[in-house]
Design a binder for this molecule. Sequence first.
Ligand code: OOG
Ligand code: NI
Length: 457
Amino acid sequence: GGEHSYVDGEILRTNFALAMSNMYKAEVPLYDDLVSIVQGVNASVHETPNDNINRITLERHGAIRLGTSYELRTVRRIFSLLGMHPIGYYDLSVAGLPMHATCFRPRDTQSLAKNPFRVFTTLLRPELLHSTESRDLALKLLGQRRIFSQALVDLLDIADAQKGRFTYQQMDYFIDEALESFRWQPMAAATWDEYNTLKAEHPILADITAHINHLTPRTLDIDLSHLAMQSHGMEVKEIIEGPPKRNCPILLRQTSFLALQEPVSYYCSGAEAGKFVEGYHRARFGEIEERGAALTRAGRKLYDELFKHAMETSHSTGHKMDEALKAVFVRFPDTWTELYQQRLVYCLFTITGKAFPPNLVSLDRMPDDLIDQLLLAGVLSIAPITYEDFLPFSAAGIFQSNLGNPLSVMGHIKPFPDQQGFEGSLGRSVLEPDDLYSSMQRKSLEKCAQQLGLDAL
Ligand code: OOG
Ligand code: NI
């Protein structure tokens, strides 16, 4: 052993996530209540579909909104030490927001099972703003702000020199310094006039702040949790975002309580310079989510078509979106066997111990649909792979609930994705979620093949 012992990245992530959760509990007591409600519901729901209850109890996602590529690259360095990688590209211009995003999260099954902490990280796209005045102002303010302390940047350099690791003592400093970057700032960086100029251009501009704006626990039953939030007197959003309630949950369903009105002080400018205005800002809210199966490209395509169809029907008939969704989604199969047979979901395979059927052994060539036949014969069994990512329209719904304005009337942003531009700012490419899920599925099949003494499955 050397002079130092270094902290495992997984431990660093869990300690960081717990420290962040404690900070947020102290700052937003309603979040603490929300966590208790969800844990009560989770304890009352018996089956846990595919993830263990320890993972689910720890599980949180948060969100931050960044303004410059320097900021994005620095959080990339922070998250990389925690074993969190940029996964997926989200174009939010489709929802009228001058922003795009990725999710920093662990990548592989083992790491996700230990602690799947994730942070949805958006970056402003100033080129999508119409007025030169607000664009220049936003860029000026962003250029001036320092979200990361010098001590934090020094610690990141130290970690680089130690192959991306910290000693236990360095870990404690690092967590403290990094958390400072994501803490609520009661004193605004913008003056009162500047704040109002930005807000007039696009309400989201006043919201590009690195503070963690929510921390979401995972519930095993979002309908029950939603009711429990209401009966605790929380001001909860009426609808649950995402797919409707089903036997076989898919993707991600989310709901939240509305953003709190919190006091913020703004400096005055011009003749009033030196004084400040006691203002308010709605930014922080509480959200819960229920996670279901990851969909294949075909599954996602069907989901997107049905979702669009439900939106259109609900617009044209005035029916509620949840009723429209329920009606339309009868076309999405709802047993795991059918979902796999139609290759709509990703699954992990295991062998059951049942013998290989003799009718297959006697064939001189393995049938193409061997996997399906082995499933049917009960030699293999499947469990859906959990969806670890986000949904752009649900994300947009979250932004909207803060702003209190339908996005359709704001900003007039022309939708176009720019993944390359995002990756340029990030300094690397993002990983493709689909590749990760399909490789998890493939690995589980390789293991089964080996156990059954087959060359491949
Ligand atoms: C990000 C919203 C995205 C979710 O759960 O979809 C998100 C934000 O509000 O900054 O967290
Ligand atoms: Ni969220």
